[in-house]
Design a protein around this ligand. Structure first.
Ligand code: GLU
Length: 303
């Protein structure tokens, strides 16, 4: 059965921004007859004990449901490595010995996107590689064949973004986020990816990798973020953070906003309910229409 998903990183409690994205992912999946899966993205070393369980309890408290098992990426290291081994064997990758610093300082080709990999290790000779392997363990990068790739997004339409020789496996052997997402979405039949629009720029790389691996490219919906009422030093919008006070379900409950009431706030922000109207996830599902979703971020001013 085709599925949608929510893929949090279990690094702490979910805040209203994460919860609203989860609600939207659930609404998109269920309203299109899809299964709904949860995946814990716990490869980046920021995992906190007990966070995954609390995140699941919070999602359940909002009335969201999902199919078991909840997958943890740390249980799938062998799968990611074997996918990379296949690409390596097919000559689709190269070893990269660059430090972050070296990448920053390297001269980049004219017109290369900012931060793009400068290509330093792409064409090392066998002798150079052997020499550099003695200095540090290699990361594995995908050898890309085109500079940009276009995805279709339900909310953003056609979106074209940069694809450089991105990392698949880090020097310490950890699979990169872009690799793990693509492998997992395909492995679990996920054909609909709904997540915050801060990840829109990652979608072309991921779709390109999916295509290179012969996987179907999922349908995307990158949804507006929830932002802080304060702004950065240059007046730029900033994400919701701890400094914004009560933002998790537990903190909001202390202020008298239980889970159904928080669901109501989120529903109101999505034009799915009137102010103070009691709602349930099931009721929101009946009302849900992607076409009438707000396209602007929600500034959460607190309760
Ligand atoms: N784990 C990522 C996050 O928490 C989401 C990745 C994704 O949905 O592809 O921001």
């Amino acid at each position: 059965m085709p599925a949608g998903r929510f893929a949090p990183s279990p690094s702490g409690d979910l805040h209203v921004g994460n919860l609203r994205t989860a609600l939207l992912a659930w609404l998109f999946a269920r309203s299109t007859g899809r299964d709904f899966l949860i995946r814990m993205e716990d490869l980046d070393g920021r995992t906190r004990p007990g966070a995954a369980q609390r995140q699941l309890a919070d999602l359940a408290a909002l009335g969201l449901d999902w199919s078991e098992p909840v997958v943890a990426q740390s249980d799938r290291l062998g799968v990611y490595r074997s996918v990379v081994e296949g690409l390596v064997a097919a000559g689709e990758t190269f070893e990269c010995f660059c430090t972050r610093r070296e990448i920053q300082d390297a001269p980049t080709a004219p017109h290369a996107p900012p931060g793009a990999y400068p290509g330093t290790c792409r064409d090392l000779t066998q002798v150079q590689r052997a020499q550099r392997r003695r200095e540090r363990p290699a990361a594995i990068r995908l050898r890309t064949h085109l500079p940009r790739f276009t995805v279709h997004d339900t909310l953003h339409g056609e979106f074209t973004g940069d694809v450089d020789d991105f990392v698949l496996l880090r020097g310490d052997g950890t699979p990169a986020y872009n690799l793990a997402v693509v492998v997992d979405d395909a492995a679990f039949g996920i054909d609909q990816v709904v997540r915050g629009d801060d990840l829109l720029s990652s979608a072309p790389r991921q779709a390109y990798l999916a295509q290179r691996l012969g996987y179907p490219v999922p349908e995307y919906a990158h949804v507006p973020m929830v932002l802080s009422p304060s702004t950065g030093s240059g007046g730029e919008p900033v994400r919701l953070s701890k400094r914004d006070g009560a933002i998790t379900l537990a903190q909001l409950a202390e202020r008298g906003y239980d889970a159904p009431r928080v669901l109501g706030l989120m529903a109101e922000s999505l034009n799915l309910a009137g102010p103070g109207e009691p709602v349930t996830a099931e009721l929101l599902l009946k009302r849900f229409d992607p076409a009438s979703l707000p396209r602007e971020p929600w500034i959460f001013t607190g309760v």
